[in-house]
Design a binder for this molecule. Structure first.
Ligand code: ATP
Ligand code: MG
Length: 423
């Protein structure tokens, strides 16, 4: 028996990475006052059709839908924004107040499996519901940027664009200009794009067919069709990002593959080869109309979803090897070499403080123990020898260069924690 294609086992060797990422998610989300929500993995198909849109890749060809025994059509969730909004409306989370929510868990899309693209994959996402201003758009971008930073992922580019506000005026203007342009260039469109031309023309810009690149490059830009209010909102957001020193580029071709977006949209993209042809690790934007579409009272909202398989692949490519302890404890000289009671006690104290400590076993000279420390993959060696014992201290030695320091246990914990590494 084999697993379903595109649905992966997370084996014990990789589980440490997932746990690390999950820990960072909780920490970063809490840092911005976001609270966890866990909507079910299965919802009525009608929810996704209404929220995501009938003429989208997801609803057209990627959903796992089935008839429940009662005859109702249900679907495995392909994304979680629809479920979060449904839950929030159903349970009154948005009644006369804002809600900052986050979720993390599996999503299901029947796509062609390849590197960075699976049929069961995982997303971490946030939804901020109830705030109208661009400061909340900036907040979720800062949260996302901090999440990547905390994982040691560098080199992501942030691309932003706007689809025009919820009123739809700018979008309608742009749509007309785009349809006009695409009609004039119909000969260059592939079959998918010709079909989308009238149903969902913005999605033509999202085509991944290289043969379409020329037509797309020549298309009119939405940033030239914005009304004053939408222009002002977008420029206010850019100002906030500038002030927070978040680097970005405006990509006027960036449209999102889901219908619910209004206003600013964005993607964090990578040029790294480790994701194969995939380059987007996180995508989101504003969706001020969704609450109403789903039968709730109007509620402005913004959010993003981040693909965790892609994040983990990137962090692994930029970070280290398998699951390693935070520090390797070297015990030289005293006791039986590696089992001395004070060494055990020090390791226990450091574990109490939340660190993973691997103690040297079987004694050996300093050199031999250092070799084992390197092999463990730990970022630090904690050395306990005669001098340290006399001073009631330990020596903390970074394994990949940098100065070693002889300090008290508390300071040792602090040093190691501040450098806590990707596993
Ligand atoms: P793509 O253009 O790569 O298909 P998308 O626009 O369909 O992405 P979203 O629905 O916006 O993606 O999902 C947000 C993020 O979730 C993506 O940026 C990506 O990191 C991740 N993601 C989406 N689909 C998959 C998948 N099938 N396998 C793994 N990760 C995925
Ligand atoms: Mg997709």
């Amino acid at each position: 028996m084999q697993a379903v294609r595109g649905m992966n086992d997370v084996l014990p060797a990789e589980a440490a990475r997932w746990q690390f990422v999950e820990g960072v998610i909780r920490e970063v989300a809490a840092g911005y006052g976001y609270r966890e929500i866990r909507p079910p993995l299965v919802e009525k198909s009608a929810l996704f059709c209404a929220a995501i849109g009938e003429a989208t890749d997801i609803v057209e060809k990627e959903m796992y839908s089935f008839a429940d025994r009662g005859g109702e059509s249900l679907s495995l969730r392909p994304e979680a924004t629809a479920g979060c909004m449904r839950a929030g409306i159903e349970h009154g989370l948005f009644h006369n107040r804002g809600a900052r929510l986050w979720y993390a868990g599996p999503m299901f899309r029947r796509e062609r499996p390849q590197k960075g693209r699976y049929r069961q994959f995982h997303q971490f996402g946030v939804e901020a519901v109830g705030w109208r201003g661009p400061d909340i758009d900036a907040e979720i971008l800062l949260l996302g940027a901090r999440f990547f930073r905390r994982l040691g992922i560098r080199g992501l580019r942030l691309e932003i664009n706007t689809l025009g506000g919820a009123g739809g005026e700018s979008r309608a203007r742009y749509r007309a200009a785009l349809v006009d342009y695409l009609q004039k260039n119909q000969a260059d469109l592939d079959e998918d794009s010709r079909r989308r031309l009238h149903k969902n023309p913005l999605r033509v810009l999202d085509s991944k067919n290289p043969a379409m690149a020329g037509v797309i490059a020549g298309a009119p830009q939405i940033t030239d069709c914005l009304n004053a209010a939408d222009e002002e909102f977008f420029s206010a957001l850019r100002g906030l990002l500038d002030a927070a020193a978040v680097a970005y580029t405006v990509n006027p071709r960036l449209v999102r593959g889901l219908d619910y977006y209004t206003g600013p949209v964005f993607e964090f993209v990578t040029d790294s080869e480790s994701l194969g042809a995939q380059n987007a690790v996180c995508a989101g934007g504003r969706y001020d109309g969704l609450a109403e579409t789903l039968g709730g009272r109007p509620a402005p909202a913004a959010g993003f979803a981040c693909g965790l398989e892609r994040i983990i692949a990137l962090a692994a490519a930029e970070g280290g090897g398998g699951a390693a302890p935070d520090a390797y404890l070297i015990d030289v000289g005293e006791g039986d070499g590696g089992g001395a009671s004070d060494a055990l006690a020090i390791a226990e104290t450091m574990r109490d403080a939340g660190l993973a400590i691997q103690c040297n076993r079987g004694g050996g000279a300093m050199k031999k123990q250092m070799k084992r420390a390197h092999r463990s993959g730990a970022a630090f060696a904690v050395i306990l020898a005669a001098d340290e014992r006399a001073a009631g201290k330990v020596t903390v030695k970074p394994m990949h260069g940098g100065e070693q320091r002889t300090v008290g246990i508390k300071d040792a914990v602090q040093i190691i924690k501040s450098e806590k590494q990707w596993p």
